[in-house]
Design a protein around this ligand. Structure first.
Ligand code: UDP
Length: 160
């Protein structure tokens, strides 16, 4: 393996992102995925999915008691979602930074929510907030067979 980028041998971090119904309906899916690809992150799972009430409630279980929970579940199940797993060094925190704060009006320009959103209940994209959440959410949304282990030949131009 001499000469191969070290990233090929490392255990690399993964995170879960979901382009919500508003992002898909507005035709932003390609644009958003492109941002992560251009940053250097690698897709390891990707699908268009009509979210069931059961999946929505499990995904947002921590918000069960919040006043916005019912509306949130209704919204996320209302129209297709693009679910993805992306991989790379520091991807959990970096994807969150690229997504921006929960309320798009507080989100800096250059973040996904800051560039495309206005209302908190239409904030375009979800991203796992910690490595532990990422692990839980990846297992919830994807089967092991849907996650591909593959080597990007450009890795040596992204990682030293
Ligand atoms: N949300 C909402 N109203 C609120 C707070 C949250 O509709 O007052 C929605 C919003 O879509 C947000 C999601 O609930 O993305 C989950 O909230 P969380 O605090 O986990 O924000 P995130 O991690 O998505 O930034």
């Amino acid at each position: 393996t001499l000469g191969l980028p070290s990233i090929w041998r490392a255990k690399v971090e993964r995170t879960f992102i979901a382009i919500k119904p508003d992002g898909v309906q507005r035709g932003l899916s390609g644009e958003i995925l492109q941002r992560f690809e251009r940053r250097g992150f690698k897709l390891v799972g990707l699908k268009l999915i009509k979210v069931s009430e059961e999946l929505a409630e499990k995904h947002y279980a921590e918000h069960r008691e919040r006043p916005f929970f019912k509306g949130l579940v209704e919204f996320i199940t209302s129209s297709p979602v693009v679910a993805a797993v992306i991989e790379g060094k520091g991807v959990v925190a970096t994807a969150r930074a690229m997504i921006g704060p929960t309320n798009p009006l507080n989100a800096p320009l250059g973040t996904i929510r800051g560039d495309y959103g206005i209302d908190i209940g239409r904030n375009i994209i979800h991203g796992s907030d910690s490595p532990e959440s990422a692990e839980r959410e990846i297992a919830l949304w994807f089967t092991p067979e849907e996650l591909l282990d593959w080597q990007a030949t450009i890795a040596g131009w992204i990682y030293e």
